[in-house]
Design a protein around this ligand. Structure first.
Ligand SMILES: O=P(O)(O)OC[C@H]1O[C@H](O)[C@H](O)[C@@H](O)[C@@H]1O
Length: 289
C-alpha cells in the first residue's frame, strides 16, 4: 500500500503532473488505464495501480529524509548490488537510488499507457552510463535498466530492480518458480542451499536464488507474474519483525521484495561499447475483477 499523503496527491491528479512529496519531485499519472508515480530521486517507480485493482507496489508510511532514499516501489541498485562494492566505495546498493534523475521523455497513449525515459542528472560512474525506461499499461508494468560501458576496458557490474510488492501479509505469501533452485542464504553466512519445493514465506529471509525463471508471487488475494531478462539472480527479502528504522513492524508486513538482479552469483563483465539490459516485467496471472 502507499502512504495517505501520496494517495491524496494521486487522487488530486487528473492526467499528468509533476509535484513535490517528501522533498522529492514526482511525476504522477492518473489515467483511465491506471495510476503511476515515478520519483525523480533514483528514477524510482513508487506506485503503480491498474484501473480497478489494488496497488501492486508498497511504499513505507514513514520515508527517510533526504539524502536518504525512499523504501518502496522499485529502487534501482546500480552499479552494484548490496555489498559488492568496487574498491573505495561503501554505499550499500550503489549511488543510483539516491541520485537525482532527469525525465527525458514521456510518451503517452492516454487510453492505453505510458513510456517514460530517464537518465541521471550527473555521471554516476567513470565508465558506465545507465538509463531507465518504464512502461505501464492496463495490465503490466515493465522497467528496463540499460547500462552502457563508455570506457575503454571491461567493467564488472551487479545490480537489481529491488521491487517492494504490496501484499496482504508477507508471512502468508508464496513465491513459485524457484523449486529446486540453488540459493545463497545471507542469514546463514551465504551458505549455499537448494530450495525444497516451492517457497512459502513464514518469517524473515534474505536469499539470492540462482534463477532466470519466471516467478509468481501469490498473497492469497492475487497472483503476479514476474518475468525478467538479463538476470540470473532472484533475491527474496523480508526483514521479519526487525525492519529498518524507516518502517514499522506492522507496516512491513505489507511488503515482500522479489528482486530481479545480477549479484555475486552472476556478475556482468561489460566490454567497452557494450550494453547490458536488466528487465523486470510484472503482470497479473489472471485479471482481477
Ligand atoms: O535497506 P536497504 O539498503 O534498501 O537494503 C534492503 C535489503 O536489500 C536486499 O534485499 C538485500 O539482500 C538485503 O540484505 C538488504 O537488507
Amino acid at each position: 500500500m502507499i502512504p495517505e499523503s501520496l494517495r491524496a496527491l494521486v487522487d488530486a491528479t487528473s492526467g499528468q503532473r509533476t509535484c513535490e512529496w517528501q522533498g522529492r519531485m514526482l511525476l504522477i499519472l492518473n489515467r483511465a488505464w491506471g495510476e503511476l508515480v515515478v520519483c525523480h530521486q533514483g528514477a524510482q517507480v513508487l506506485h503503480y495501480q491498474p484501473a480497478s485493482q489494488r496497488p501492486w507496489l508498497w511504499v513505507t508510511e514513514t520515508p527517510a529524509a533526504l539524502p536518504g532514499s525512499i523504501r518502496g516501489g522499485i529502487p534501482l541498485c546500480w552499479p552494484w548490488f548490496a555489498d559488492e562494492y568496487p574498491e573505495g566505495e561503501t554505499e550499500l546498493h550503489g549511488p543510483a537510488r539516491k541520485a537525482e534523475w532527469r525525465i527525458d521523455a514521456v510518451e503517452e497513449d492516454e487510453e492505453e499507457g505510458v513510456e517514460i525515459h530517464a537518465s541521471p542528472q550527473s555521471p554516476l560512474h567513470a565508465a558506465l552510463s545507465p538509463r531507465v525506461v518504464i512502461f505501464a499499461g492496463r495490465h503490466f508494468l515493465k522497467v528496463e535498466l540499460i547500462t552502457e560501458n563508455r570506457g575503454e576496458t571491461p567493467v564488472k557490474m551487479t545490480g537489481a530492480l529491488h521491487t517492494y510488492f504490496a501484499v496482504e501479509d508477507a508471512f502468508q505469501c508464496r513465491v513459485t518458480g524457484l523449486a529446486g533452485a540453488s540459493y545463497l542464504d545471507k542469514r546463514q553466512d551465504f551458505s549455499r542451499l537448494d530450495q525444497q519445493g516451492e517457497l512459502g514465506i513464514r518469517g524473515p529471509l534474505d536469499r539470492i536464488y540462482q534463477s532466470s525463471q519466471v516467478q509468481v508471487l501469490e498473497d492469497g488475494q492475487r497472483r503476479l507474474r514476474i518475468a525478467k531478462q538479463g538476470s540470473d539472480s532472484t533475491v527474496v527479502w523480508h526483514p521479519g519483525d526487525a525492519p529498518p528504522a524507516d518502517t514499522s513492524v506492522e507496516n512491513a508486513r505489507g511488503f515482500l521484495c522479489v528482486e530481479t538482479a545480477c549479484t555475486r552469483l552472476d556478475p556482468v563483465w561489460l566490454p567497452p561499447g557494450a550494453q547490458h539490459l536488466l528487465v523486470q516485467h510484472i503482470s497479473p496471472l489472471e485479471q482481477e475483477g
